[in-house]
Design a binder for this molecule. Sequence first.
Ligand code: ATP
Ligand code: MG
Length: 587
Amino acid sequence: MILRMSSLFLRTLREDPADAEVPSHKLLVRAGYIRRTAPGIYTWLPLGLRVLRNVERIVREEMDAIGAQELVFPALLPREPYEATGRWTEYGPNIFRLKDRKGADMLLGPTHEEMFTLVVKELYSSYKDLPLSIYQIQNKYRDEARPRAGVLRGREFVMKDSYSFDVDDEGLAASYELHREAYIKIFDRLGFDYVIVKAMSGAMGGSRSEEFLAIAENGEDTFVRSAGGYAANVEAVVVPQAAPVDASGVPAAEVVDTPDTPTIETLVDAMNAKHARTDGREWTAADTLKNVLVMLVHPDGSREPLAIGVPGDRAIDEKRLGAQVEPAEVVAFEESDFEKFPSLAKGYIGPGVLGSENTSGIRYLLDPRIAEGSAWVTGADRSGFHVMNLVHGRDFTADGTIQAAEVRDGDEAPDGSGPLESARGIEMGHIFQLGRKYADALDLKVLDQNGKLVTVTMGSYGVGVTRAVAAIAEGNHDELGLIWPREISPADVHLVATGKDSEVFEKAAELAAELEARGLSVIYDDREKVSPGVKFKDAELLGVPTIAVVGKGLADGTIEVKDRRSGDRADIPVAEVVDHLVTTVRG
Ligand code: ATP
Ligand code: MG
């Protein structure tokens, strides 16, 4: 394959696109790989499509290698199956919905659990047919609230999704393990620096769940890990419930006058100034119980207030909270909401009015760090007043606990394997054991060995294919442009002919043909009347890992070969250059 720059459908740009913030987005647009069609919706130009196909090929090869079989569903789907599993409602505004001419509801598939479950139900009926793993590589549609960074978070994107079907839990565990190993091979081949972390199973339900995160500063996900081997998406960290403490020595709760102290900082200062502790140490934010109000908006549009009690030195982590209340969305508790709950004294809210059994009736959930028997300074539900020595279990109770407080660097890992350290990543793949949720909802049963009907258990496994292109670019570039890993690159060699000499162009054309004959793909810059400077800039921007220059050296019988990543260059005798390039590419 030879792509001649003189006719290749490509225009590189010198300027970054105005809407691009992260390097991968800027470079993929500038290098002519993708073009924006609408927010979060992109066109793949010839070079981009070649890169995309390379990622697909790697994913396909590794899926095929574990015996998964490829099929493809429509993206345009009927409502009914999604209604049966509740997801027509649960997905809320994230689904693209439409009506056909007869007024029937349709959707563009955001993910296809329902369709896979149904097709297996239609065709299979016995344990002898299982295990089965089937997959597709297909466009998905999600009306994301914040499409971002080009194809990193799109509203139309390509996903590989596979689903496993087993009769029992051991079977599911084995199918999951097979996928996990295939994913390790996929992400190794894609050249990612990645981590496998514990994950939430999100809107899909289910049990064991892990994500493959490409480590990247610009990633939207935060993960934590310990030296002892714990690794989790911060959303999935389960802080253990603090053990009860003895409260027998704690004096009775006492309301104290703390004027103008609506914040934790002002409260701590006032407490130290007016109500000093008797044990000689100072009050700190960690001694206070902060009660935060938020509003949950459920998929059906209904609103529910929620109060969360956390130690005053910790913030609520929006992502952790969001993951806990999914599919509801979290929005701010507005001034107008306060008006509906007159028992709430803004800035001085305490457990005295919170809880479904209490005056406000607002559901009240506590951070698990709040031990039974622990004593707190917290709001007294009167403007300007707090209460001290308020003991959990003695003086107040809540409706339960919630994993919503921030997890900080240095916190002990939940499994005791050492202090946690956080970093950011891009979710590239997600594998999880769905269990029987979809099979139950859609009644997928098979006959087991004893002729008894049993519900099938399922796994679901996704790879973000278009996202992978962006994430690879994010991890493989410099100030000059992209630097593709070999298996992903749109071509094996970028061959540049420089100068005006017809001899140069003849030699370069000959080389391109020889490389093609040896099975390499070549981008050949055969443009006449384009300066060497422009050609080199384009070669660096496009990011093919090996660049060969036919130019000045030809007079001495050499061709310059450059490594785009290391910048190393060597003059190779003309007679050897084809072999040299084939060896370089094949490794
Ligand atoms: P995220 O948390 O990033 O929104 P998700 O957890 O909703 O992703 P899954 O439903 O697990 O995504 O989808 C499987 C894979 O599809 C993800 O691991 C990711 O690589 C990819 N993916 C999901 N949403 C998008 C999107 N909007 N654009 C591109 N790729 C996506
Ligand atoms: Mg996911």
